[in-house]
Design a binder for this molecule. Sequence first.
Ligand code: NAD
Length: 314
Amino acid sequence: MKKRILIIGASGQIGTELTLYLRNIYGHNKVIASDIAEASAALMESGPFEILDAMDYDAIQDIVIGYEITDVYLMAAMLSATSEKFPMKAWDLNMTSLFNVLNLAKDGKIDKIFWPSSIAVFGPTTPKRDTPQRTVMEPSTVYGISKQTGERWCEYFNKRYGVDVRSLRYPGLISYKTQPGGGTTDYAIDIYHKALKHNKYISFLKEGTKLPMMFMDDAIRATVNIMLAASDDVKIRNSYNLSAMSFAPEEITASIQKHIPEFTIEYESDFRQAIADSWPQTIDDTAARQDWGWEDEVDLDEMTKIMIKNLKDV
Ligand code: NAD
């Protein structure tokens, strides 16, 4: 059967790059981008775009039927820092949108779903180093609670109804093409912008706050690869741990100073410190490597080189 893809939340940080990547693989008209907000000109001009509310089951169904969609990537969500400001709205969006696509698959209207989870599923009682695939999970943020609950529902729909849903626990994702959407790891993007503009950055996380991170290209490859994997190889149907690098603000600073020696950092932590403190420092992603061949490619210094080169011209 011919593959036709719908991306919900395509105008965001990940959706933008994912849409362009998938259009290069499957053909521009085979990948339908959608969001409640318009996307960048590059994305809008590269193929079909629909205004679509992820909360509206009937509207999603109309697009799925109209375009004969086979696969849905659900990228619409409220992220960690914003969710702490609007807990009920976050819960509503993050859960209703997931139920909408899970039910479409259960009713046989789509074949396959990608839904991203996050390292936020872990909490203060989780082992912080080499956090295992299966471990204590007591998330303390509304975002983490919504992601952990989502994981349970993904596994339930897979086991009970045979829904082919695949998921990754993304770490903080770093990119230069689109602005981040209100997460706790956003500092690791902003720091590059500020380093180039002002030679100085005021960090909302304290020195020593080590968090798992990944360059966007690696995350997009992981996303596409888990969707291409044979169904039997995707053994975990809640969500896979995924890892590339971990660093604290002073380590990314040192990496930037290799290119901009006069760059300095100061620390003024805010409410996001408590969110970061509840998350793991490093992640064990052996299961993803063994089951469907995940391999990361970009480390901190390589990422810094790419970020500085591309942001210099902006
Ligand atoms: P983002 O905030 O940049 O983008 C989300 C997009 O969803 C936005 O374009 C927004 O307009 C859209 N949206 C919001 N409400 C909508 C609705 N009702 N209907 C349709 N679209 C709606 O987020 P992102 O960083 O691209 O994240 C995408 C997914 O990946 C989310 O599930 C997020 O939780 C997850 N994730 C992201 C990161 C990261 O570092 N960016 C890390 C872990 C997990």
